[in-house]
Design a protein around this ligand. Sequence first.
Ligand code: SF4
Length: 338
Amino acid sequence: MIEARLWKPLEDGRVHCRVCSHFCVIESGNRGLCGVRLNRDGTLYTLVYDRVASLGLDPVEKKPLYHYKPGTSTLSFATQGCNFSCTFCQNASLSQPPREGADPMGDPVTPEALVQAAKREGAQSISYTYSEPTIFFELMQDTARLAHQEGLGNIMVSNGFQSPECLKELDGLIDAANIDLKAFSENFYRDIVGAKLKPVLRNLKTIKKMGWWLEVTTLLIPGKNDDPDELRELAKFIANELGTDTPWHLSRFHPQHRMRDVAMTSVSSLETAVRFGREAGLEYIYIGNVPGHDYTKTHCPACGELVLDRAGFGLSFSALANGCCAACGRKISGVDLG
Ligand code: SF4
């Protein structure tokens, strides 16, 4: 247990955590909403700095990031805990136990050991992923700093609910992010996620301004966030505020956690959302969790030529020359595309 960062003491032994946009005020002896930050006698501590609960070597395409160093591996890890309580969580055994009062579980780890493991395994980056990396901010920050010193990239896969201070601290350390835009409705964020939409929209714009490579994911849940007008507005937000070259991943929902009574997303509903994205002007739209679907491929926005193809979670084909379409020379947006 080490002292947390980004907090302030208040009167009566309470503390104000400033890591995410919940801005919890925590009484002595209590934890914040995420369940991994503890106020002990007026000082805030993180319970997960040295406790990794999930660790693996993934293709970067699995994050999903389709336009950042395609075909490379990324060392991926998470601690337990999350600042959201999504009823549809696809990873609840990792994210929710600390929120329900359990002590965070995991194996001992250090930033040095994570960076060494990434190098040993031939990864080109480290991904802060699986649960919500904001809640293990200190471990992410220290690992990212070391990773850069060793020539590795840093990827944050997140719900985008950081505080402005937290994002500022990460500026210059994170190279690429996939951020969930779970819906375009405050009601959805309040009732189903236990958070707010507005800070996520603000952070998406900030991330784009900071120059991180950004891709956006929406898990499409039947009857919950697939209203056509809402999806059109969401797609317009990405196109107008983040840029038409921002990749949008539309992911298929599978019944999970407390949302087992809702059917799996139909392929036709995902394809309808793709159409809304196209109408908004988005150039790179992908369908996730539907293996073999044509919308797992990247086509050149200018001439339509297939430039990147994927099989499973990995890259299977590339027809790029210096990041440009080999057929017409149009630049394909992204980082180190080959
Ligand atoms: S990280 Fe967010 S949820 Fe956790 S204690 Fe801090 S403000 Fe609360």
